[in-house]
Design a protein around this ligand. Structure first.
Ligand code: SF4
Length: 50
């Protein structure tokens, strides 16, 4: 599990209670070089819940 990662993307299959990310590792990339707002950050580990 990625340590101490909290995330509000509850549509992701790695998302758990208390906003915990249960993925073993995550890859987060910004859409821009210097993201300034949450919506400009994109977790590449995201997978939709089935
Ligand atoms: S994999 Fe990314 S989007 Fe999914 S819960 Fe973890 S941090 Fe959030």
């Amino acid at each position: 599990m990625a340590k101490d990662v909290t995330c509000e993307v509850n549509s992701c299959k790695f998302w758990g209670p208390q906003n915990r990310c249960n993925a073993s590792s995550i890859h987060v990339a910004g859409h821009q070089n210097q993201p300034r707002q949450n919506r400009e950050v994109d977790c590449k580990t995201f997978q939709p819940k089935i």
